[in-house]
Design a protein around this ligand. Structure first.
Ligand SMILES: [Zn+2]
Length: 286
């Protein structure tokens, strides 16, 4: 799933490549992906792309006269920039992974795509990004929050730190992969309870959050959109590395189920060498 660093890099790529170009037309192939109907996609035609940014994990493409295409890429969504499209024919609804296409006046443009059968990608055409339900509820940006804000937000929500870090209303931008990486860098158990963290632990967690996300943004920024996913994978130390050695201490990375997914961590770095109990499994065994 694209998280803060990938979305930031996609926005950076659009700022470099698309800003200044005019939209020829917007084509919607997956009707269910476009969550708004007023203004209609035809309202974007003729407008210039004036900027691109992000709210947490939401990508914001800005057009002149105050129109925004706000996109949540969900688990399997992506943005593919095309220097040219193979055909001038409009997309046929319901065919293939392309949800939405934006054609620009130099023949280039971008496709929003979603792999798999679960279609969760959500696009909104709005005059104000705050009108997008998920954007209005976002907490402070995970990369921009200072220590005081970060600490207050984490302590305001009692729970396992893994879950609280990925709660978009607490901090915006962190998902399953970077929360594993941040907790590993902070040498904290994913099951530590937020309101019991000491000031020192919170300061370490804040520094780890900035370092992990900041490094990932820097690594991603120079990449072309198509290469971003590989760049993310190569930078990970524990996430999706079950059974592989921790690059810090050499212990084997372990996995435990969490919420409707799983998390990875290093016992030596994070839990005093003790493996975490898989609660769902132990409930079944009992
Ligand atoms: Zn380790």
């Amino acid at each position: 799933m694209p998280e803060l660093p990938e979305v930031e890099a996609l926005a950076g790529y659009l700022r470099e490549r698309a800003v200044g170009r005019r939209v020829e037309r917007v084509e919607v192939a997956a009707i269910s992906a476009l969550k708004t109907y007023d203004p209609p996609p035809s309202a974007v035609a003729g407008r210039a792309v004036v900027g691109a940014g992000r709210y947490g994990k939401f990508l914001d493409v800005r057009f002149d006269e105050g129109l925004h295409l706000v996109v949540h890429l969900a688990r399997a969504g992506w943005l593919h920039y095309r220097e040219a499209f193979p055909s001038a024919a409009p997309l046929r609804p319901g065919k293939g992974p392309i949800a939405l296409r934006v054609r620009l006046d130099d023949g280039s443009g971008f496709d929003l795509t979603e792999a798999g059968t679960q279609k969760k990608l959500a696009a909104y055409l709005v005059t104000d990004p705050a009108l997008v339900p998920g954007v209005g509820k976002l907490g402070p940006d995970a990369l921009e929050a200072d220590l005081a804000t970060f600490g207050a937000q984490l302590r305001s929500r009692r729970g396992q730190v893994k879950g609280v870090l990925t709660d978009q209303s607490v901090l915006a931008g962190i998902g399953n992969a970077y929360s594993d990486e941040i907790l590993h860098a902070a040498k904290l158990s994913p099951f530590a309870i937020t309101d019991r963290l000491t000031d020192d632990q919170l300061a370490t967690l804040h520094a780890a959050t900035r370092a992990v996300l900041g490094d990932a943004v820097r690594r991603s920024m120079g990449q072309r959109a198509a290469e971003l996913k590989g760049e993310k994978r190569s930078g990970l130390k524990v996430h999706a590395r079950k059974g592989l050695p921790c690059p810090v201490c050499g212990d084997l990375v372990r996995e435990v189920s969490f919420a409707d997914s799983s998390l990875q961590y290093c016992p030596t770095c994070q839990t005093g060498g003790k493996p975490l109990a898989d609660r769902r499994l132990s409930r079944l065994v009992r």
